[in-house]
Design a protein around this ligand. Structure first.
Ligand SMILES: C[S@@+](CC[C@H](N)C(=O)[O-])C[C@H]1O[C@@H](n2cnc3c(N)ncnc32)[C@H](O)[C@@H]1O
Length: 379
């Protein structure tokens, strides 16, 4: 199995290299309007933004910045297939202009526009970002009534174009079954509050690029891709930054396309090639290990697991997990200066899975390890 990953360093206000109705999933995070680090990028795209900021007119600047994003959402709607999802990570902004402290509700403005465009809004995720910032409290402190609640969450807006996706033939249904997630992952991934994804650790890119791009964590993109697409689908990120969505698509055996206006990120994106094989395979191994720990805990608590996963031989809870397989990455190659190709193993390579199969057959319970001991170091 192979996937390809295409890069375009141009504005996503015009996705002219992408055919209408050809994208299965969008995973992205735009520049956040009214967060100061993005003022310049918005002002370069519309001078009126800079003027509004200069005049300290927060409401006007907010609206003008969103109009730049609106043209990307229009294009996103055009290129998505019917039944395709858009997952948009966005945070609100707080800012003082003319000594007036206010919140600028980016998530609400984007959601409203997307629904007007024709998307169906679905239940969203609140990503509770853990922050250790010493001065996270805003306002007057202990004296009422001049303090503000801290902003420690962001949103992942989830929308769909049209009705439910249909899996029409045997090959589509087969790809869907092979793309299943574990039962115990489902319970975590589909919760509406994500607490366990840390904001910054990543391992794919250097700290400076991560800071400059406000990169989201690999795990965030990887989860969304696993939740809303199947292997060999095409995932688009119209605000690619350092390429986290592309890296997660590679790890999950999906094709991807990325648009990014700032060609200063080219080196960060193509650098993904250097360690994505190790990182992805380690990540997959970790998912499998966590599953084995889950199985052991369940067996130890006297509960049963009814089904057996065919590729790995270990028990699973549901019939839907029987064909689940995590395709390890074999090779990665730059085939053009904007095109990367990844090749995968079709069947499991990780040796411990075979050992597990034997231990299950002998009804041996592996040594107890607690799930949280296996938190992945690298992501
Ligand atoms: C929040 S960052 C995305 C970070 C990315 N998720 C990552 O993990 O690195 C937003 C990105 O959008 C880019 N950008 C802003 N306006 C754009 C436009 N009109 N078209 C394409 N990219 C744009 C910025 O340069 C920035 O890299």
């Amino acid at each position: 199995m192979e996937t390809t990953h295409k890069l375009f360093f141009q504005s996503s206000g015009n996705l002219d290299k992408i055919q209408s109705g050809s994208i299965d999933l969008i995973v992205t995070s735009p520049p956040y309007p009214m967060i100061e680090m993005w003022d310049d990028i918005f002002s370069k795209q519309n001078k009126a933004v800079g003027k509004a900021i200069g005049k300290q007119d927060g409401n006007l600047a907010f609206e003008l910045m969103h109009r730049i994003l609106d043209s990307v959402w229009d294009e996103a709607f055009r290129v998505l297939k019917n039944g395709g999802f858009a997952c948009i990570n966005i945070g609100d902004a707080t800012r003082s202009l003319k000594s007036n402290f206010a919140i600028y509700p980016n998530h609400a403005r984007i959601l409203q526009y997307l629904v007007k465009t024709g998307f169906t809004a679905l239940p969203e995720i609140i990503w509770r970002k853990q922050t250790n910032a010493p001065n996270k409290f805003m306002g007057s402190g202990m004296l009422p009534a001049g303090a503000y609640v801290t902003l420690e969450h962001e949103y992942i807006l989830i929308l769909r174009k049209g009705g439910k996706r249909e899996f029409k033939n045997d090959s589509e249904r087969h790809a869907r079954r092979r793309s299943a997630i574990f039962w115990e992952e489902r319970n975590n991934f589909f919760s509406d509050i994500w607490l366990d994804i840390k904001g910054s650790r990543q391992g794919l890119i250097d700290k400076a690029s991560r800071k400059r791009s406000a990169a989201f964590p690999f795990e965030l993109a990887y989860r969304l891709i696993n939740m809303y697409s199947v292997k060999k689908d095409t995932v688009l990120d119209p605000f690619l930054g350092t390429g986290t969505t592309m890296a997660a698509a590679m790890a999950a055996a999906r094709n991807s396309i990325g648009y990014e206006i700032d060609n200063g990120f080219y080196d960060s994106v193509i650098k993904i090639r250097e360690n994505i094989i190790d990182l992805s395979n380690h990540h997959m191994e970790n998912r499998l290990k966590k599953h084995i720990v889950f199985v052991n805990e369940r067996i130890a608590s006297g509960k049963s697991l009814k089904y057996k996963n065919i590729p790995y031989g270990f028990p699973v809870i549901t019939n839907q997990e029987k064909e689940l397989v995590l395709n390890e990455l074999k090779t990665i190659e730059m085939i053009q200066d904007n095109l990367i190709q990844v090749d995968y193993f079709d069947n499991p390579q990780t040796p411990f899975c075979r050992e597990w199969e034997e231990s299950v057959m002998e009804k041996t319970v592996l040594p107890q390890t607690r799930t949280h001991d296996l938190q992945l170091e690298l992501f």
